[in-house]
Design a protein around this ligand. Structure first.
Ligand code: ZN
Ligand code: ZN
Length: 141
C-alpha cells in the first residue's frame, strides 16, 4: 500500500482515503478541496437492489405455498375440531350407544383401521356415526 498519488493534487503520495468515496488524498488541505465537490460511495450505484427484489419475490412465493399448506391443514382434524366433537351432543349420544362403541372398538383393534372403516361404512349404523362426526367438525361453527 502507499504507491498511489493524491487524486486532488496529483503530485504527492496519497496517505489517506476519503471515507465516502475512497479517493486517495495526501493532506487535510487536499481533502478539503476534494470535499468542495460532493462525492458518493463507489459501489452505491451498482445494481445491488435487483437481486434483493428477486429475493423478496421468492419469499412471497414461498409464503403463498405456505398458505396453501395451511389451507390443506384445515381439512384435517385439529385440536379445536376434536373439541367440537367432544361438545357435539349428537356424537356424545352416539358414543353412549354400546353399538357405536363396539364399532369404534372394531376400528381401534383392527391392524388396518382404514380397511376396517371402509368395511364398516357398508353398515348404516356406522354411516350414521360417520356423518355425525363429519357434521360435528364441518358445520358446528
Ligand atoms: Zn494532494
Ligand atoms: Zn470523497
Amino acid at each position: 500500500m502507499g504507491g498511489e498519488t493524491c487524486t486532488v493534487c496529483s503530485e504527492a503520495v496519497s496517505k489517506y482515503k476519503c471515507p465516502t468515496c475512497r479517493a486517495g488524498y495526501c493532506s487535510v488541505k487536499c481533502f478539503k478541496l476534494h470535499k468542495l465537490e460532493p462525492c458518493a460511495p463507489p459501489d452505491h450505484s451498482t445494481p445491488a437492489a435487483a437481486p434483493n427484489k428477486d429475493r423478496i419475490l421468492k419469499q412471497s412465493e414461498q409464503e403463498r405455498i405456505g398458505g396453501d399448506d395451511e389451507e390443506e391443514e384445515k381439512h384435517r382434524l385439529t385440536p379445536s375440531d376434536l373439541q367440537k366433537l367432544d361438545e357435539s351432543a349428537q356424537v356424545k349420544q352416539l358414543l353412549m350407544n354400546p353399538n357405536t362403541r363396539a364399532l369404534l372398538e372394531i376400528v381401534r383393534k383392527d391392524p388396518n383401521p382404514v380397511e376396517a372403516i371402509r368395511a364398516l361404512r357398508q353398515r348404516p349404523d356406522f354411516e350414521e356415526l360417520a356423518q355425525a362426526l363429519i357434521g360435528a367438525t364441518d358445520y358446528n361453527g
